[in-house]
Ligand binder design. Structure first.
Ligand code: ASP
Length: 202
């Protein structure tokens, strides 16, 4: 909403439930690398804002300026939402939908059966300064456990946080659901009924 960029990212290994996350970082070129560093080289799971950037500097990450994150597509999206707000028009479902498409997710399974998931995002367009979505929240936007599955989510983050979507899918798989069934129940059932939308790769 302030015309700036803030990124969130998280990564999780299914073998030991190791995880790392960063939120509200503005100057890290690849926030997912920093999330991985939090996982492997700190005793914490999540670092945010200036604290995360200080950790990045200590770990030798190069800082980048905000131009690097500018894309015309997202800038125009923001302008459309702001114009609509200025005309005091109701923000529709389509506008909500237009707010995403910035998220990158990945899940992986290696030859030994180890799972991993990672999610990285610029968040929703026109988000408030300091707003953090589901992407860096372990259990909401990202989850991996060798006992079940690996999930990375995209969509209306507030709903994914409230419904702990990634963990819920994994727990259902652990209890015997197929992956497709678990994802369908959570995304097309629970999330949709609550008014949220989005998707997962799992
Ligand atoms: N889930 C992200 C968030 O709410 C947005 C997205 O998937 O594009 O921050």
């Amino acid at each position: 909403a302030a015309g700036e960029h803030e990124m969130d990212a998280s990564i999780m290994e299914g073998r030991g439930l190791n995880a790392g996350a960063v939120a509200s970082v503005a100057r890290i070129r690849n926030p997912i690398d920093l999330a991985a560093k939090v996982m492997t080289d700190s005793e914490h799971v999540m670092l945010v804002g200036e604290g995360a950037e200080e950790f990045a500097r200590q770990q030798g990450f190069a800082m980048t300026d905000s131009d690097y994150f500018h894309t015309e597509f997202r800038w125009q999206q923001l302008q459309r939402i702001k114009e609509k707000e200025a005309r005091q028009k109701k923000v529709t479902d389509q506008d909500q939908h237009d707010q995403w498409f910035s998220t990158v997710g990945a899940v992986a399974l290696d030859q030994r059966g180890n799972l991993a998931a990672a999610t990285s995002t610029g968040g929703t367009s026109n988000k408030r300064w300091g707003r953090v979505g589901d992407s860096p929240i372990i259990g909401a936007g990202t989850y991996a456990s060798n006992h079940s599955c690996a999930v990375s989510a995209t969509g209306h983050g507030e709903y994914f946080i409230r419904h702990v979507v990634a963990y819920d899918i994994c727990k259902r798989v652990e209890l015997g659901s197929s992956l497709a069934e678990a994802a369908d129940v959570v995304i097309n059932g629970i999330l949709k009924e609550a008014g949220g939308s989005g998707g997962v790769i799992a």
